[in-house]
Design a protein around this ligand. Structure first.
Ligand code: FAD
Length: 509
């Protein structure tokens, strides 16, 4: 797709995974951006190592998930232990209605390398050594000052500035977004390491113990991510000895560290900006929110920001959508972040119980939920971010309803129905039984009168995951480019004009 260049200016501040993905999504939708990064991308830290199923679905839009799957390490089980005894597991292989019933463990630097390579193929290059130092919203534009490592200062005006500059975001501070929340009491020590004689498997292990928690995840190339909470009164170094002691104390068997790639500690903050958009400045990723690392949702949530934002911004810039559409970005993302962040804080809290009665109650509940498979049915889809609806909808239900994800992808090679990248997809479903000639004429009318959308006839087609979800009666499903259902309209077979009118007015909104 030819990139729009001259008449619009977007500056993305931050060349982390979320900033680069925002630039890549925009490029895929035909909109060029400038992306700058204060630091080079040379961190040895593996940082975010797990990519969840919903995020694999979304990253398939730009070809990122295919690369992540080929370069990462597959896992489909999370086993939980308490006091070195197994108390249950979450089985992601039982996830329904997705092509990704597994997670991928991959160090963040590899994910960034994949996104950057695809971004470069779109003709966009991150300008390293260039930092945002100041900015101001002036009318419909944003004035910014940038400083390069060679001392060169630029004062420029952009139509849009996207703050993707991480947890200590200068953009967020400069434009007065606020960042309320708290710092978690417990520090997390992490290392990427070989483990002597440890078999690599398709499991991630969570080990809960009165002295703290520990996670062990295979991340490929024979390496494991070990993440261990640091006891509150611990004053020693975070080194090989610390991790070997934590393994001996919290994990069954005799595991010990081989070659270590790096180690360090991580202070977790649970914070969120008061809004993610002020005038023409928008926050994404850690600049907008940070959460407990328990649950490994931080970067995954940033990916969802990038995708929620990019189609709206691209559509507004190309004048396919009204600019008011962008006002939905902040409330929608804040709602999802609140849900995911609460889940992550809950996981951190329960994994650090010290009181014997609380530990007993937690372990009993986990055992029961694991045995009854309730955990696979209700908990796994939330952790996998498949079941994070918008607005007031409750989790735990998979149905066709505005505000829920539709279980479809963007892959044109799919046998079943698929979604359009940049436009709404309108699926027209004639119901279980229909008179062919009546339906054919309705579809033709709809196709000619519905504009700015991709209209798809579901009659007589392989329905993929929609098969069990569609009603007996005729409907039209309006699905946004990011895969959320925005409206469902019943089709009256006898007077379809009204239904088509409703579809058109919903799209215009
Ligand atoms: C040690 C550690 C372990 C972690 N473990 C996990 C985990 O297990 N699971 C998980 O989901 N998440 C984890 N995280 C969090 C995860 O790494 C972040 O969610 C993710 O990096 C967010 O990506 P981002 O692009 O929003 O920001 P970042 O990756 O922080 O990138 C910010 C970018 O902004 C640039 N920048 C900063 N200031 C400026 C400026 N003024 N001007 C221009 N550019 C600027 C930086 O150079 C960088 O390119 C971890 C983080 C750390 C530090």
């Amino acid at each position: 797709m030819k990139l729009l260049d001259d008449d619009c200016k977007i500056l993305i501040v931050g060349g982390g995974p979320v900033g680069m993905l925002t630039a890549l999504e925009l490029a895929k939708l035909g909109v060029k951006s400038r992306i700058i990064s204060k630091h080079q991308r040379t961190s040895p830290h593996s940082k975010a190592t797990i990519i969840w199923p919903r995020v694999l679905e979304l990253l398939s839009r730009t070809g990122v998930s295919k690369e992540i799957i080929s370069k990462g390490h597959y896992f489909d089980k999370m086993k939980y232990y308490s006091n070195k005894k197994e108390i249950g597991n979450i089985d992601f292989s039982k996830l329904n209605y997705t092509n990704y019933n597994y997670g991928i463990a991959i160090p963040q630097w590899k994910t960034e390398e994949i996104i950057e390579s695809l971004l470069n193929q779109s003709g966009i290059y991150v300008e390293y050594g260039c930092q945002f130092v100041h900015g101001e919203n002036v009318g419909e534009q944003v004035e910014v000052s940038l400083l390069s490592d060679n001392g060169n200062q630029e004062n420029l005006t952009y139509d849009w500035v996207i703050g993707a500059d991480g947890r200590s975001s200068k953009v967020r501070d400069c434009f007065g977004f606020g960042f309320d929340g708290f710092q978690m009491k417990t520090r997390l020590a992490i290392t990427d390491t070989e483990l002597i004689s440890e078999a690599t498997s398709r499991e991630v292990g969570y080990y809960l113990h009165r002295t703290g928690n520990l996670v062990l995840a295979p991340i490929g190339d024979g390496l494991f991510r070990v993440g261990a909470s640091v006891p509150d009164n611990y004053e020693g170094d975070i080194d090989r000895e610390f991790f070997n002691n934590a393994l001996a104390e919290r994990v069954p068997g005799n595991k010990s560290l081989g070659k270590m790639n790096f180690c360090g500690t991580f202070d977790a903050h649970v914070r969120s900006a008061s809004t993610y958009k002020i005038d023409n400045v928008i926050l994404v990723g850690d600049a907008a929110h940070t959460m407990s690392p328990s649950g490994a949702q931080g970067m995954n949530s940033g990916v969802q920001d990038a995708i929620n934002l990019a189609w709206k911004l691209a559509g507004v810039i190309k004048r396919d959508f009204r600019s008011s559409l962008l006002e939905s970005y902040s409330p929608e993302r804040k709602n999802s972040i609140d849900r995911i962040s609460s889940l992550s804080t809950f996981l951190a809290d329960v994994s650090l119980y010290k009181n014997r009665a609380a530990i007993f109650a937690r372990d009993m509940s986990f055992r029961a939920a694991s045995k009854s498979k309730a955990i696979d049915k209700y908990f796994a889809p939330r952790v996998a971010q498949l079941d994070i609806p918008m607005g007031d909808l409750s989790e735990g239900k998979l149905k066709l309803e505005p505000g829920r994800r539709i279980p479809l992808e963007w892959d044109t090679s799919a046998i079943g129905p698929y979604l359009n990248l940049s436009e709404h997809t309108i699926f027209l479903w004639p119901g279980d039984e229909y008179v062919y000639s009546t339906w054919a004429s309705i579809f033709e009318q709809a196709k000619t009168s519905i504009t700015h959308s991709h209209v798809v006839d579901l009659s007589g087609k392989v329905l993929g995951y929609l098969k069990d979800l569609l009603p007996k009666h005729p409907i039209s499903l309006i699905v946004r480019p990011d895969g959320f259902i925005s409206d469902i309209i019943n089709i009256n077979m006898h007077s379809p004009e009204k239904s088509i009118q409703s579809i058109n007015s919903k799209i215009a909104q």
